[in-house]
Design a protein around this ligand. Sequence first.
Ligand code: PLP
Length: 400
Amino acid sequence: MIKLTQRVSGIAPSMTLAMSARSAEMKAAGEKVINFGVGEPDFDTPKNIVDAAKEAMDKGYTKYVAAAGLPALKKAVCAKLLRDNGLEYEPSQIVISNGGKHAILNAVAAVVEEGDEVIIPSPYWLTYPEVVRFFGGVPKYVETSRENGFKLTPEQLEEAITPKTSMLIFNSPCNPTGAVYSEDEIRALAEVCVRHGLCVLSDEMYEKLVYDGLSHFSIAQASPEMKELTIIVNGVSKSYAMTGWRLGYLAAPAHVAKAIGSFQSHATSNVNTITQYAALEALRGDQQTVADMCAAFAERRLKMMEVLDGYKDIGLDYVKPEGAFYVMLIVDKFYGKKSEGKMICGSMGFAMQLLAEQKVAATPGVCFGDDSCIRLSYALSMEEMVEGLGRIREFCLSLK
Ligand code: PLP
């Protein structure tokens, strides 16, 4: 039998993908499952982007390109960072990777040494700790509070930093909580990071999905010193409904981008060339489709909150999300109750029973480091969403 390395044998499979797979199986078997587990926009990739890919193929742009990305695309990323974030980068500071996930892996590989501590505010996106551990790092979770909208405070950050800390993984807008940090909140965190010379991996994948007139602020904008300590990760998956195309990017100080480019040149070489041409159109073309998608999510978010506000009397509560397309529904009041003779144990038990009995898929909060919640995505139609929320209510009322 082949003996596995310690490095890979401890990695947990992505639970969000596992839940989606289970609900897809049930759907395929003809069951009317409502899936709140989705982690991707339910919109088609805009036509101009698809057309750009077709054109690239017709023109024969189907060969290898530079490992760190098509020069024109790196330029387009620089133009985007200037246009949307007021940040100046050179193409040599950009690496195009196979999705934001790959960019995160690259960034951690470049900065985290064996035994280093990496601060991860909790609840967190479940990939962060797995990637950190893969490179021998030690995730150091900092619990955020519901009362503070699941946001890390400068005091908490200060307290978590030790001589072994090499990185903070910061995610605004946040998956799973929907938290969006304000400019002031980010500036206060940046002050602590600069004082300690702490590198920040800033995951800005949901940048375009913010509501109520809020705007996204990148921690790299806080000061030139902070920019020198920041690795921005972003991509086209969520903003342009391009999850299956697999393209993300990072922007970093030149020496970091150079090292990551070399690493990637041996690991994967360039991202699919056709996808890179499609992403070029996404970044440079008409941005109206992004605004339209955001408006649709904004409407669903309001409806979701309106319906959930009506469930407070039965013990369901939530923390108001300000961005991304997720809400954390607090369900721990139901733990210990019974459903069809089975005791509900934690968020996993709650989600499993909910799926079995009401055919509603949701992601257990334990996957994100918060066992008191389940995560509901509103990347599904309004009708399905309302129907699904009604089923969750039914399920809760049935618990004895
Ligand atoms: N960062 C966060 C917070 C995410 O939720 C995701 C995807 O779910 C990613 C990064 C990775 O995105 P991609 O599909 O581009 O790899």
